[in-house]
Design a binder for this molecule. Structure first.
Ligand code: HEM
Length: 415
């Protein structure tokens, strides 16, 4: 096995199976691995946790004071026509995810008030209804493309409704979310930047309209909670609330789709698990913890180094990036015995850090867990004899940042 330093994460084979790279990190006990085009990569559980908490040195301030504008990750200056498109949208500033304490602490307290476990419990019946409505659409067909007929739609409808969007916004919502996510994670050419800019402006204008309506006439949705949220005596301004809404839309869509899809693939590969979970539904939660550890939906996220420093002997320059490997931390043999085995009832699976760690730990983790649990329970209730289509090998989305399937086709019988 090559040294950890010698893996090329842009190689499609490494993206399809990053686990050899992670094994090399743990075998070499590498504190930081230099990854071309990315920067320093931190992959051991103890290092990832420590750095995620050192917010003054490893910052989430990815954007300058112009706020979180999704321009692609190449760092190229924006073309004039792309700037013109962005200028047509409402003003935004850095908020929540793209801030550090103390601003982050204030925003986070406000957002925590909306994402309570009581709120999650209150929408569980609706999540279950959405799951069954989606299954109704394909149940009689004996074959499904699970990602786009189920795993994409369930979280998309849940978040769109939770935010308080109108039914007619659902399709736009998905397009906005995909385009803006690409603008945050991918290298974009000029044409793609225009597409992303248009989606960003469209989404923010629509969110602004709803935010203004909810300020006058609150409903029981997340946008109303943000409209009512106050810092001292002052309401959260639109320019702060809009990026928080945006982050919620982005953070809650593809992530949860990946968790549901990755869980389904493991069930398709292990029919015994299907029987065990069906017999004892309380096993679904530990099963999903193990999926989060084993096939983590968000493999890594980066931080910006705020001053020259070093981790171990590895020097880090101010302004460079450090990647935090949530996925490789889940494969750390110092924490998990036989880390490359999927073990259904692993006693410490819940110690994974797939939802992040430290002040930015996922605010939607309760919702994500509920969605995945309900999504899988509904499938187990409604379908049986689930089998991957002959000779078909589902492919992962070609990126090292997230882990999920492009599509997942299987046949089944209705129960
Ligand atoms: C399986 C599904 C999910 C996974 C794997 C996931 C993963 C993560 C991770 C790793 C972070 C940490 C970011 C960082 O440290 O920079 C995070 C933050 C966040 N997540 Fe999630 N997430 C999921 C679902 C959701 C859902 C359903 C929502 C909301 C509807 C959500 C909203 C957020 C927000 C707003 C943040 C930023 C929190 C902050 O900066 O304080 N996530 N998530």
């Amino acid at each position: 096995m090559p040294e950890a330093q010698n893996y090329d994460l842009t190689d499609s084979k490494v993206m399809a199976d990053p686990y050899a790279f992670y094994r090399a990190i743990h075998r070499d006990d590498a504190k930081v691995v230099n990854v071309t085009g990315v920067g320093g990569w931190v992959g051991r559980m103890s290092d990832v946790k420590r750095i995620a908490k050192q917010t003054e040195l490893f910052s989430n301030s990815y954007f300058d004071e112009g706020g979180p504008i999704p321009t692609g990750v190449s760092g190229q200056p924006l073309e004039e026509d792309v700037k013109d498109i962005f200028n047509q949208g409402p003003e935004v500033v850095n908020a929540l995810w793209t801030t550090d304490p103390p601003v982050h602490t204030t925003h986070r307290k406000l957002v925590n008030k909306a994402f309570t476990s009581k709120w999650v419990r209150s929408i569980e019946p609706r999540i279950e209804a959405i799951a069954h409505e989606l299954i109704d659409k394909f149940a009689s067909q004996s074959r499904v493309e699970f990602i786009h007929q189920y795993a994409v739609y369930l979280p998309m409808i849940v978040i769109s409704e939770a935010l308080g969007m109108a039914v007619g916004d659902a399709e736009n919502f998905k397009r906005w979310s995909d385009d803006i996510l690409r603008g945050n994670l991918d290298v974009l050419d000029h044409e793609q930047r225009k597409v992303v800019a248009r989606s960003f402006v469209e989404a923010n204008l629509r969110f602004e309209t709803i935010l203004n309506l909810r300020r006058k006439n609150p409903q029981s949705d997340l946008i109303s909670s943000l409209a009512a949220a106050k810092i001292g005596d002052t309401c959260l301004a639109n320019k702060e609330a809009l990026p928080i809404i945006n982050t919620t839309m982005l953070a809650g869509n593809e992530t949860t789709t990946n968790l549901i899809g990755n869980a389904m693939k493991i069930l398709l590969d292990n029919v015994d698990y299907v029987h065990q979970l069906r017999e004892d539904k309380s096993l679904i939660t530990p099963f999903l913890d193990e999926v989060m550890r084993f096939e983590c939906p968000v493999q890594c996220l980066y931080r910006i180094v705020t001053e020259d420093t070093q981790i171990g002997n590895y020097p880090l320059e101010q302004g460079s990036r450090v990647m935090l490997g949530w996925g490789s931390a889940g494969r750390d043999p110092d924490y998990f015995d036989q880390p490359d085995e999927f073990i259904l009832n692993r006693a410490n699976a819940h110690r994974h850090i797939g939802f992040g760690w430290g002040p930015h730990v996922c605010v939607g983790l309760g919702l994500a867990r509920a969605e995945a649990r309900i999504a899988i329970a509904a499938i187990l209730d409604r379908l049986e004899h689930m089998t991957l289509i002959n000779d078909y090998k589902p492919k992962y989305v070609p990126t090292f940042a997230t882990r999920g399937f492009q599509d997942l086709q299987f046949s089944f019988c209705e129960r």
